[in-house]
Design a binder for this molecule. Sequence first.
Ligand SMILES: [Zn+2]
Length: 255
Amino acid sequence: MSMRFLKYRSLIVSVLGMLLSSCSSSPNASSVDFKQAAKPQLSVVIDAGHGGKDPGASYFNNNEKDLNLIFARKLQQRLKAKNIRVWMTRTDDTFVPLKERIELANKLDVDLFVSLHMNANPSNGVSGTEVYYPRETMIGLFAHWPAMIARSEIHSRTPDTRFSLWDLISHQNRHASYEYAQETCRQFRLQLDATCKEKKAGFVVLRESQVPALLLEMGYLSNHSDATKLVDPAYQDRAVDAIVNSILRALRVSS
Ligand SMILES: [Zn+2]
């Protein structure tokens, strides 16, 4: 079973207990409808950015959407070989709306969502890898709550309780995402001698995520040196190795 799920669940149980015990009209915490089934395997959703009518960045005769898919397929193979369950948001040159991509990860309640992209900048001197993780969010009017939270918990509590619960859920995922981002950059520096920065962002696939989520900008297609590496199959393999190592370490699976 996922370490994330265990920590997540026990923390929510204890905080809900505290919240509910301070509310005289509340039933006890056993009313929380947690998902019963244990996860048989660690699981990851890989998101090849862009696709179809949306090519992403285009420089030096390279379309970002095609390169993202090449990296995604390589990552899929390597993770499957490590006995990790993998879902892809797309497996061909198809346009998939952003919300559908992250909804797949939320619905499956995977251990990690990884979105793969290539960066671009009007200044062709800008280069390097960037790893984005979710910035703080507020509860939205139409927020989709995780399946592990019962409807009664969402609708019948005070706004304070709802906000505390939402903050707890998103805080857990943000913290895990930040740790994964740090590990990913560490592996890129270690294995590829790359410059790598961890950054907060409110991209749709990060903002709407209910699982730990990362968006990797693996390099700048607008930078000639980065672009040369990103289209090189040997570099692609080494970059995918770095991502796999970071995922395995972050999920605490021995490689
Ligand atoms: Zn992109």
